[in-house]
Design a protein around this ligand. Sequence first.
Ligand code: EPU
Length: 416
Amino acid sequence: MDKMIIQGGRRLSGEVQISGAKNAALPIMCSALLTEGWNTYHNVPDLVDIRTIKKLLSSFGAAIEGEGTIRVNAANLTHCEASYDLVKTMRASILVLGPLVARMGVARVSLPGGCAIGARPVNLHIKALQDMGADVELKAGYVEARAKRLRGADIFFDLSTVTGTENIMMAACLAEGTTVLRNAAREPEVVNLAEVLKSMGAMISGAGTDVITINGVDRLHPVEASIIPDRIEAGTFMIAVGMTGGDITLKGCNSLHLEVLINKLRDAGMEITPVAGGLRVARSGSIRSVDVKTLPYPGFATDLQAQMMAMMAVGDGLSVITETVFENRFMHVSELLRMGADIVVQGHSAIVKGIPTLRGAPVMATDLRASASLILAGLAAEGKTELSRIYHIDRGYQSIEKKLSALGADIKRVQA
Ligand code: EPU
């Protein structure tokens, strides 16, 4: 299994190109299931999760080609079952449920089960499909949904759910009548998907607010579309500079999607300036400790919580980091402790007392964003950090070690 070896203490400088957003590319590729013919998607990141969704779509009989620009044709679907083997490696596989029932009248998708960051049920996806008239049964670990044609419904999500909103928005495009999604997720990835669906002929309004209205149509047509830049990758590089000091330019990111983070990082003493085609991010002084509470968009992203905690570990005071989106997203704490951090977890909050420097150590990645936080900690630490189980990072960051090396970091991937 590969490892990442990091020698800390290098300041970052230069330019880095931000890749397309994993969490936008995944639902958008699933939306190809709603139509017949070749769909073309540009700016798709090269990631393990993208390879997994390609495998899943081809297991239904869809034709797929390309990398970076990916073409998907779901004209001849032969299977409607997403097997446990694929779903267990990527929970986002649940995103095929809505489109398959809407297009084929039936879908069988393995229940994802829990993961390192919490139980993560899909009850809200299931209830919404039932509200739309689907017959849903749980059999042998699979969700089986059937509906001759889904009908529009007024759906209230108890919690703001990103993939839940996406799944049901896709299903509603081909339903009979009008669907209203209330307490819908407002993430930019939901908006990217809605725009793609609209280009396919869907009638959607309100995406980006918490009430989305979809008037069902009989058919959608193929589309050519682009994936938005990855705000979490961009945020991870911004926090990296906060930790190491230096001055970098993020090319191709969308600063409107990063407003809360930009404000937090400015409060923490960083300089962030919009420049042509991106953002310049710099830190020269010390890091001021700031408090952070994760919330659905436009609040502070839970997918940046672990990275922010690594930065607060070397802040000049006390920071309280509260996780409200997932129940168990503090797996990185015990690894940061191994690097000398002073962090105490109390319920949903972590109290982080900043120290002057972390020390390199062998650490283990437990999930995607935890791996990112440990890489950042390693970049800022004194000495060598050896990060194992890096398959997690490959799920969501395209060539992270190459991008960081080009910015002057001492990081390399080795085969253990
Ligand atoms: N929830 C339920 N029932 C449901 C659905 C969600 O109780 O039916 C709960 C979850 O357990 C969680 C909360 O609602 O406590 C919010 O979960 P959400 O459904 O919004 O998460 P998700 O759609 O499964 C997406 C991203 C995650 C990101 C979250 C929150 C994708 C493919 N995944 O997950 O990304 O953390 O939204 O923003 O879009 C990552 O990229 O590392 C990642 C985990």
